[in-house]
Design a protein around this ligand. Structure first.
Ligand code: LLP
Length: 424
């Protein structure tokens, strides 16, 4: 999606005040470019909407974990929602204070929980009874109380792609209301666990406020029951999930989403936590790729580009739509129908199918839009392709915030066992 940070000046695509062709020329392709201005604006849209209300915006690190992105958000006051020891490591390295970090996920290992306890994170969003007992044992072992919330599965339909809905009964996430009540009771009886919150996350790329409101209402019912058990909470964590416009979607603005939450929370005094990822960074980034070959198949036209499913997996994985724009616009040329495909040896390796694009020739640049969330973080080295570089733009400046991987990077940590070599 074009926005105030990615726009055409004359016939040329810019990121803030930088022509993106300049970035491609200096850094090569494929390359992710992020607009710092857009990240700041999106974060502030959430933050301002909360106004005087106690709140904490825990950016979902899984959406974009580049240190420069995390550090920028940290300086604006963001916390982090993490799901692994690796994400905790990144968040801390980027300067996010540990007391602003919440830890979600169904499969936290002992080592990860011990690490998070030592770092004194704000709270663990516990997703099962077994996890609760494991955490209790680790806390006792380390002589350190763990602050917890229980992740509730509110059984609401977020009406999004099935792979990314998380708050339905059939999903692996959270606990049903009766299970949650039991978990709270157990936690409350333990001297190693401090019950401080309630949590849910119902899914991602959600395009209306109703599912969030329904989830919040279910949480309130549960909080009333907890109150009658003598359990009072200080935090309500509503998770992330607000969608963005990739094409023609019209999601609520962050401010409207927050207003809907605040309307429901008027009579509550808990600190509200949210865990947005995509809605902060999704439209803050693009993937720049260069046309390698213009291949005319017997049935279809293919733009074979140097970016592939290993760089941006969303089209292949979820059949997701990412707008693709020519970096230099063509005047008066009729669009043609093409598949934009990468060099990987799979038919599933495409960035777009049956897309109308202007006729382009070898060497021209394309921008895959809305690639700032779940882009680089889901990239892989499949086909032994080095991961792309990442660039941050601020006004007229840009800087490489992650250098492109080299071939040496690809084999780092690998060993050929001596006995293996000797056995042939
Ligand atoms: N909190 C929790 C516990 C989550 O599991 C997630 C995302 C978020 C927050 C952030 O959600 P967001 O605000 O970004 O929607 N790879 C998929 C998206 C997976 C989302 C997983 N959980 C995609 O590319 O669409």
């Amino acid at each position: 999606m074009k926005n105030e940070s990615f726009y055409y000046k004359g016939n040329e695509l810019f990121c803030e005040q930088v022509p993106v062709s300049e970035i491609a020329k200096t850094v090569g392709t494929p390359v992710y470019c992020y607009s710092s201005r857009h990240l700041i604006n999106r974060f502030k849209a959430y933050d301002k909407a909360f106004d005087q209300r106690d709140h904490l915006i825990c950016f979902a690190v899984k959406a974009n974990s580049n240190l420069a992105v995390l550090n920028l958000l940290a300086r604006l006051g963001a916390g982090a929602d993490i799901v692994s020891g690796g994400e905790l490591f990144r968040a801390i390295k980027a300067g996010i204070p540990s007391r602003r970090i919440v830890y979600s996920g169904v499969g936290k290992t002992k080592a990860e929980m011990a690490y998070a306890l030592k770092e004194d994170i704000l709270m663990f969003n516990v997703e099962s009874l077994e996890e609760l007992y494991e955490l209790e044992a680790i806390s006792k072992n380390l002589g350190k109380r763990a602050r917890i919330s229980i992740r509730v599965n509110p059984d609401v339909d977020p009406k999004t792609h099935p792979y990314i809905s998380t708050g339905l009964k059939k999903n692996k996430f959270g606990l049903s209301a009766p299970q949650a009540l039991m978990a709270y009771q157990k936690a409350n009886e333990s001297k190693w666990l401090e019950v401080i919150g309630i949590d849910c996350h119902i899914g991602s790329q959600i395009l209306e406020t109703t599912p969030f409101i329904n989830a919040f209402e279910k949480m309130r019912e549960l909080m009333n029951e907890l109150s009658s058990m003598g359990i009072e909470l200080s935090y309500i964590d509503l998770g992330g999930g607000l969608g963005i416009s990739y094409h023609q979607e019209t999601p609520p603005a962050p401010g409207d989403y927050v207003a809907a939450i605040l309307a429901l929370a008027k009579d509550l005094d808990q600190t509200i936590i949210i865990e947005p990822g995509r809605s902060i960074c999704g439209n803050s980034g693009i993937l720049l790729t260069r046309l390698l070959y213009n291949k005319k198949g017997s049935m279809k036209n293919f733009y074979v580009v140097d970016g592939a499913m290993n760089d941006l997996g969303r089209p292949s994985l979820y059949d997701a739509y990412h707008e693709i724009l020519p970096v230099i616009q063509k005047a008066d040329s009729a669009d043609i129908l093409v598949d934009v495909v990468g060099p990987i040896c799979e038919t599933g390796d495409f960035l777009a199918r049956d897309r109308k694009l202007p006729p382009l020739s070898k060497g021209e640049l394309l921008a895959v839009m809305s690639a700032g969330a779940y882009g680089f973080t889901m990239s892989s080295n499949y086909n032994s392709r080095p991961k792309p570089a990442e660039v941050m733009v601020a006004g007229e400046r840009f800087e490489i915030v992650r250098r492109r991987q080299t071939y040496e990077d690809l084999i780092q940590g690998e060993v050929i066992p001596e006995w293996e070599a000797m056995s042939v």
